[in-house]
Design a protein around this ligand. Structure first.
Ligand SMILES: [Zn+2]
Length: 382
């Protein structure tokens, strides 16, 4: 735990360190918090993205989109899934992330999500992983919704053993407000807190739903409505922005083939999110790591991208990548800032100030990472 915070002179007057780490000229920050990831999956989707980015249609017969990941995940052994999670957590940690939210969500059927949650629960790693059951992720097609939502609800009890949160996708690509509300209401009775994928591919009143039911977060918000911008100001629901999704899909904008894949980011997205923050929303940033729309594991990349695509300030981005993410995960009393009594999740950066972490981009600026006071990622100079 953090015992004291102050200048070196003050600390040295009152304490004798068992071990001293010389961070002269370096930035010290809280460990980064990534509150939205799809950490567990099989397969990758680079061919599909390559075709779309180059303006070529996806070759016929090749499964693409989330369905491709669902099929690949089903075909991947538990051991391989677990190894994949560990490998990704290693990269995240090396880039300064010390706490991460991880969703299931690539089961072919809701019952398959339990295997994914169990694998996540069994992974031992220095990065703290907070688990979310995402049964209602992808629409099963217009005729299958009623049965599918029933099946999602049926798995809630089994999922509760492994997951703290239940996520619902309230979006044209997912489920309606009524369907999401049914799932969330039942999840609440079992003690889940709620997260919502909201309004990614079209205005669907997903953010309004999240705020109305007091969800911990409403994530994505590419097509946030004017009403929701107003509602966030009075709400404790955290607006989680996913800048690397905008970045990764930017090259697909206005290409005729993109209708099958990602939506064009709102042309005024930067302006919309500026408005959202100026009105007083509590907001955070996440990587939304997944093999399709955001194959990015580094919160540094998300921070750098947020500055460039969403026109946010250095200070806003740091809050959004640490304490606000921690708040959205119900852990703001324990992590997310360097305060006395909090867990010593600390990053030493090889730059002298917090602005340079965002201003310089494309390389890893982390030197050393501490989790609960223990060095878990050694720097070159230590
Ligand atoms: Zn997501």
């Amino acid at each position: 735990l953090i015992v004291s915070v102050g200048s070196s002179a003050e600390l040295e007057e009152n304490y004798i360190g068992r071990c001293t780490i010389d961070a002269t000229g370096k930035l010290i920050s809280p460990g980064l918090v990534d509150p939205h990831t799809h950490l567990i999956h099989g397969g990758t989707r680079e061919s599909e993205w390559g075709a779309l980015a180059a303006g070529r249609p996806i070759p016929g017969g090749i499964p693409h989109g989330i369905v491709a990941t669902q099929m690949a995940t089903q075909a991947t052994s538990t051991k391989e899934l677990s190894a994949g999670v560990t490998k990704r957590l290693n990269v995240m940690l090396a880039h300064g992330t010390t706490t991460v939210e991880a969703k299931s969500g690539y089961g072919v059927a809701p019952a398959d999500e339990i295997r994914l949650l169990r694998v996540l629960a069994n992974v031992e790693h220095d990065v703290e992983v907070i688990r979310t059951y995402l049964g209602a992720h992808v629409s099963p097609g217009p005729s299958g919704h009623m049965q599918f939502v029933d099946d999602v609800i049926k798995q809630l009890e089994a999922a509760r053993e492994f997951a703290e949160y239940c996520d619902v996708c309230c979006d044209p690509s997912g489920f309606t407000v009524q369907e999401c509300e049914r799932i969330a209401a039942k999840a609440r009775t079992l003690g889940f807190d709620i997260r919502v994928h909201a309004d990614q591919t079209g205005s669907f009143a997903g953010a309004e739903l999240a705020i109305r039911i007091g969800a911990a977060s409403a994530d994505h918000l590419e097509y946030i409505s004017d009403e929701a911008i107003e509602l966030f100001a009075e709400s404790n629901t955290v607006a989680i922005l996913l800048p690397t999704v905008s970045y990764h899909s930017f090259s697909l904008v206005r290409q005729p083939t993109n209708a099958n894949w990602l939506p064009a980011p709102h042309p005024w997205l930067g302006q919309r999110f500026r408005e959202l923050l100026d009105r007083g929303a509590l907001a955070a940033i996440a990587t939304d790591y997944n093999p399709g729309s955001s194959p990015a594991l580094s919160m540094q990349t998300a921070m750098e991208t947020a500055a460039r695509m969403y026109r946010l300030s250095y200070a806003e981005i740091w809050h959004m990548s640490t304490i606000n993410g921690a708040y959205s995960l119900g852990r703001a009393d324990r992590i997310g800032s360097l305060e006395v009594g909090k867990q010593a999740d600390i990053v030493v950066w090889d730059v002298p100030n917090h602005e340079l972490v965002i201003n310089q981009f494309g390389t890893n600026l982390v030197e050393t990472v501490f989790k609960k006071g223990k060095i878990v990622h050694p720097g070159a100079n230590l």
